[in-house]
Design a protein. Sequence first.
Lengths: 264, 317
Amino acid sequence: MTDATLADLCIFAAAEAFRGNGEIIATGVGPIPRLGASLAKLTHSPELMMTDGEAYLVEQPVPLGPRGYDDRKKAGYLPFSRFFDSAVWTGRRHAMVTPTQIDRFGQINLSRLGGTHLHPKTQMLGVRGFPGNTIYHPNSFFFPQHSPRVFVPGEVDMISGVGYNPARRVPGGNFSGVALRRVITNLCVIDFGGRDHAMRVISLHPGITFDTVQAATGFALERLDHLPETAVPGADDLAVIAAMDPHGIRAGVFKDNPPARPAA
Amino acid sequence: MGPRMGLAKGDGRGAGGTGVTITAGTLDKRMSARDIVAQLSDGMTLGIGGWGPRRKPMALVREILRSDLKDLTVVAYGGADVGMLCAAGKVRKLVFAFVSLDAIPLEPWFRKSREAGAIDVLELDEGMFQWGLKAAAFGLPFLPTRVGLGTDLAELGGLRTVTSPYDDGETLIAMPALKLDAALIHVNRSDWRGNVQLLGADSYYDEWFARAADRTYVSCEELVDRIEDHYPDDAQAQAFERCFVSGVVEIPCGAHPGSMPPVYGWDSKAFRAYAEAARDPGDWAAVKDRFVGADEADYLKSFGGKEAVAALPLPIF
């Protein structure tokens, strides 16, 4: 019996995405991905490399939220320019992020919604480093609200990250670095192990059915024939997660911070 | 009047406006912020150093906002610099990979401008942006990269491909040089000759803005006469060389409301007020005075002065 929350379960699943990745930079953007990367490094994958979120490499992952500026212990140096040179363009990185949209090809968007390029209906961040990240190193995604507005039909409004869409493969281009690994949501865990890298549900969170997931997705999903339940973290993992989130920021990720296993 | 590019005497100020005085062996590139903006002209391509809300030359941006300068092509890893210039209608075209205030992820005035269809854009990946600056610095027409393939960037930006002439025959994006007419950069220290020092954990791509520009103007937290007499132990913090610096001006707190590590963090309260002001009707003309001020002294005073800025804590990520 544990008192794991849905947030803890997603963190645990995120950590699995970083298992056995080798000596690469693990980047988790946002509380769940970041705690997932930290949990992986502090448990099964100590070889992972990580930054303090600014410019220094750390061997002790930094906890979330307010802390002393100099609390982190610097083990190395990776400012932005070296980040691109050493981590992105050598493929030595795995990032887990939360775009605004994703489509059936794994193409993602965080730039703009609707309208046209010169007159968008909603301007968001811009493509940031996603075009480079997705053609050079592995990527995973976390979505706190699995819905057809996120998992969109057709293609995303602006392709900010490379996916597996054959129509977007430029002849002669080298796409060998494209590696989409896991999608973790409030409902399930997905990989790209379907036909032609189609998205495939590989586990369902406790109490969730495949039909629920499919109904929340704007395109047809593949699935494992026998879908396991997403693993719930045990006491040791929960202790690590709690230590890395001393202010309980993860409790704000999902509305009402539900338990991992819904009350019967 | 331009910077005094000759060898200056005594206090380094050449007599009159002739520009060159030779006596004591000190290249003197000191200028006022107003002089710097007077060197810029309508229609220029202007690079702005820093990253999002970090180490931005905001005082020089404010000086532009007090001027009649217009029709700029702005090249930046954007923060409030881009937001304010867009809000004020100074931007004809923006070259960007993102515009963000970090803690306020979506830059509100940039959004308004984009959602009104008010500016032309070239949207790039953060890394290929750097490639464009490097190509410009080295006088190359482009640098090849895989970045952009398989996304919408190439088609939307008119980016063309090249084929490797070697046996691999790989198709690559030819990232065009981002040649800058001028660049503005805020540094921690400089001397009169433009020997800069960038402290703090990260200098981002400031050095490539400097090298990609015909002329780079630097504002600094602290100006000294000869840096070797004051901070010789920090020479490794010279991110770019003085041959790339055309003018320098001392403006303490010159990155406010953004951060200037390790001296001060960003001003969350000021950023919140700035974001609030963008809400409907969000008329820049009506709120401009609050965020630009009549001059820097007036501006700083309204945010509590140097002491208040110095007390702003560094952000924790």
